[in-house]
Design a protein around this ligand. Structure first.
Ligand code: SF4
Length: 353
């Protein structure tokens, strides 16, 4: 078997900074209690302004702030090409991926913020039913209904044993008698609390996977066999599932390595009836600002981020991103698509980027 189901290692923050407003929500109080029970030091702040934020990377990544999402952060936004809307249950992530896409998107030290006012966050979603302009207008994806993505600024499963927010959200979508779908991506494997929920197939969990040679860039995240075991369990529990192959890297022997990964995925799904499998293929890219932050966070990293090996592309917001040159991109794409067709012919490919 290419996967195993060893008990997941749960993240425990060293310090939890809880604002009075967050603790006033029953959800926030429960998060504080769960973190303290795991051994975290609970700091009850006097005001709702976050103070005493750590300034080193290491201290920041072990700090969880319990806060209330203000109205501006609660407003769902379109998020092409993944979903009609994104909304956030948290911001920040405890893992240490050397290519982390959050670098450059979240300001300040990389602490993890969990939002306590979940009822207010979820109340923003029903008025958006049928209003989607991303997946809803794509003929190939319209069957997914109005789609809502909740992993743009966090890995929600990494925090679930403390927040419980994902389970509440999955249940809410399960009860929502309408063409809607909740989506999230994860590198984590602690799926046990999600298995028995009444999801009514209105949630798609996508596992972020990579070739074995890229695992060294993903510090703190569960290894690939653990993610594949979690994939199998969630598919077996009837969830819609997906593979997010990212970031695709031209590491030595990449063709064979990605082929092996997709063969392992096929084996993990063997015998699962109708997994409704989607695949997203995302090549590695970075911006000037994300590279600067990542080099500061991971000074010894061997992840290639050199101008000379990249093409510059203008983003739709006028910024510059560095991607692989056209020839290399085409070769990666040919290789990955051939492996997909060979091992997972039933998978629906959503996009290549
Ligand atoms: S799991 Fe995702 S969000 Fe977390 S550090 Fe890795 S890339 Fe960043």
């Amino acid at each position: 078997m290419p996967f195993d189901a060893a008990p997941p290692r749960l993240w425990v923050p060293k310090r939890v900074l809880a604002t009075p407003a967050a603790l006033a929500w029953p959800e926030g109080a429960a998060m504080a209690e769960r973190a303290a029970a795991l051994g975290a030091e609970l700091v009850r702040l006097k005001s709702d302004r976050l103070t005493g934020l750590p300034d080193t990377y290491r201290d920041a990544k072990t700090t969880l702030a319990l806060v209330v999402a203000p109205p501006s952060k609660r407003r769902p936004q379109p998020i092409p090409p993944s979903a009609d809307f994104r909304f956030d249950l948290a911001a920040g992530c405890p893992a240490h991926c050397q290519y982390c896409y959050l670098a450059g998107s979240l300001a300040g030290p990389p602490i993890i913020r969990a939002y306590a006012n979940l009822p207010e966050i979820l109340a923003e979603l029903p008025p958006l039913l049928g209003q989607g302009r991303v997946t809803s207008t794509d003929a190939a994806r319209a069957g997914e209904g109005t789609t809502f993505e909740c992993s743009c600024y966090t890995d929600p499963l990494a925090l679930e044993h403390i927040t419980g927010a994902l389970a509440t959200t999955i249940r809410r979508f399960g009860e929502w008698e309408a063409p809607v779908q909740l989506r999230f991506t994860t590198k984590y494997d602690a799926v046990e609390p999600l298995l028995g929920l009444q999801h009514n197939r209105r949630t798609r969990i996508r596992f972020s996977l990579n070739a074995a040679g890229a695992e060294r860039f993903e510090g703190g995240a569960p290894r690939m066999p653990a993610r594949l075991a979690a994939l199998r369990r969630m598919a077996g529990a009837g969830y819609r599932i997906g593979l997010t192959i990212a970031p695709i890297l031209p590491i030595a022997g990449w063709e064979a390595q990605y082929d092996r990964l997709l063969a392992d995925c096929a084996e993990a799904l063997d015998g699962i009836p109708d997994p409704d499998l989607t695949v997203e293929l995302i090549t590695h890219r970075f911006t000037e600002s994300s590279r600067k932050i990542l080099r500061d966070w991971y000074p010894g990293s061997r992840l290639e981020m050199e101008d000379a090996q990249r093409s510059r592309k203008t983003t739709k917001f006028g910024g510059i991103k560095y991607v692989f040159p056209r020839e290399q991109m085409a070769s990666l794409r040919r290789g990955l698509e051939a492996s997909l067709a060979g091992h997972l012919p039933q998978a629906r490919r959503l996009y290549w980027t």
